[in-house]
Structure formats: C-alpha cells, structure tokens
Ligand binder design. Sequence first.
Ligand code: M6R
Length: 367
Amino acid sequence: LLHDYKHYMMKEIFDQPKALEDMLTGRLTPEGVDLPELAQIWTVEKLKNLRKVDIVASGTSNHAGVIGKKALEQLLDLPVEVSYSSEFIHEHGTLDERNLVILLSQSGETADTLSALREAKKHGCSTLAITNTAGSTLSRKADCTLLTKAGPEFAVASTKAYTSQITALILLAIWMAQRMGSARKEEVSELLQALERLPGDVDSTLIMTHDAIDQFAQLTYDQEHLFLIGRGLDYVLALEGALKLQEVAYIHADAYAAGEMKHGTMALITPGVPVIALATQARVFDKTVSNIKEVKARDAFVVGITTVGDDVLADEVDEVMYIPSTHSLLLPILAAIPLQLLAYYAGTVRGHDVDRPRNLAKSLTVE
Ligand code: M6R
C-alpha cells in the first residue's frame, strides 16, 4: 500500500494530483459544475429561500471551511459563517429551515461534528455532509452528502483530504451560484478553467518545492518556534500550516495575519527565528511585502512563498519558493503543499512517528 514511500503521510501528500483529479472527474463539465447528488434534494426554490450558510468542522477541516467561506461569499449573495464544531454545539446564531448547515469531516465520525449536526437538525436546518467516507455516520444522518473522493487517508495528519475539501467547497459554490442565478459569469469561467488545471498545478508544485523544503526543514532541526504570516487567504492557509507543524513536528508554530504582527507578536521576533511568509495573493501582495520587511529588519530568517512570475519577493527574503500562478481561490491548495512537506520533513528529522503523532487519533469519537 505504501509503494516506495516510507510513511503514509508522504504517500498521501504525493497522492494529491490524483485525488483532485478523482474529485473533479464527472463534476466539471463544459457547462459548469454538475452535482447530481445535490440536485435531487435542493430545488432552485429551496436554494433561493436560504438566508445563511454555516460551515461547521474541526481542526484541519475547519481550516478548509474558512477557505470555502471565501469562495461561497465571492460567488453568492449569502452570509457565510464558519464555526468549530465543538463551539457550535453550545453557541450559534438563530437557526431555522432557512439555514444551510454544512458539516465538513474527513472521517465523518468526529463526535463534535456529529453533535453539531444533531443541533442543526433540531432547529430544522438543511444539512449537507462533505466527507471522505461514504457510509459514515455523518453521511447517513445528514440530508445529503458530497463525497470528497480523496481515497483512504491513513496518516493522522490530514493532507489530501484537506485539499479535496477546499475543492469540494469551491465546486459547491459554483454549483449553487449557477442554480441561484447569482453566478458572476466571468469569474466562474476563469475558476472553471483553473480547476481543470488544478491536478497538474499540484503536481508541478510538488516538483517545484520538494527539495528546497526538505533542505529548509533540516535547518529548523533545533528551532523551538516558527511563525507563519500572510494576509487574506494566505493567512487562512498559515493557520493550517501552523497546525500541521504542531501536530507532526511538535514545533511551537503560530500563524499571524501579517498586518497584525506590529500589534504585539513582533516582540517575539528574535534574530534567526524562522518565518514562513506567504505572499501568493496579488490583491494584498504589496502590503504583505511591507510586513516582511518589518520581520526582516528584526533579523528573522524568512522563507517567502510566491507565484511564478513575481520578481519582487526574492530580494526581500532569505529564501524564496515558487508555486504556479492560478485563480486566487486555488492558491491555498497549491501553497498548502510546501507546508505539508515542511511538517513531514521537520517531523522526520526530529525522529517522530509522523503517521501517528503523540496524543492524537485519526478519528475523534469523544467530545
Ligand atoms: O475527520 P475530521 O475531518 O472530522 O477530523 C477533524 C480533525 O480532527 C482533523 O482534521 C485533525 O485536525 C487533523 N488530524 C489535522 O491534520
């Protein structure tokens, strides 16, 4: 099952081009996105009657949800809120039949997320499970299911499930926008073209970043702290990168919205401390570069991640890594790859069991 890989985590990172292809096959059509599993249940009338979308999930699935929120908000005129399952159970806004609650879970067995589903159903909300596990409790109990088709994920760290979840939410956003008549046509057609290129872009990203990340990970061997900074979608991805490093490499890694460093965290930046600066989002690029200059001025060791074609960042950081250029909503999928690889190599260089990190389980069946 492992083929030539030493660990499931590595295999699953490298599975991603294929996983995403499977996710998209049959769903991306020349006319747009086709999701027959949802069309049966959600009439156009029902969709138009929605007042709000809630995305509820734990851990990495929650981080995928935050990126999905941006996609749904860009394409639909609906408010979208993301909650941790463990919080949603106790605190949520008004819920009724005009709320769509999306429960996102790789395993479909996470106790917190199942409790959140019960809470949503109690209030009469429409419920959608997005899961990688057909036949899971979540899938059986929600009104309908969108499968992520990433294939089984054995390592505790979620990698291919995460990128498939983001893709699922983007497909859902396009599908809903098409049916609700709120599609911004040009934006949608750009996104569809970019989705077609996605598996190939992920493959290129693996090739473009693997060796450099491996080398950088060896340098972090004795570092206790690491910071990830970015703005907008880069910030959301930074949260996921930090979680992976904590989980697999046991490094104290923290993510910050780049513009917030000066409001407190800058005091923690000491000479040599590693900082990963995500600068893939064109809209906020210049401001992110200003923030990178601030951490560089405190002698941090900065690794910048940007898109091919950018010739600015290389002069501002100690090391630069490039990912392919694509639609802004898909960049977190590509930029996730070097962060997953970093967690893997930082974990293995420390001698950790990267597939089964201490104190953690693949499926959390207690609240
Ligand atoms: O199966 P789920 O997606 O519901 O799991 C949720 C979290 O426990 C999970 O994403 C966890 O954060 C990962 N191990 C992180 O890599």
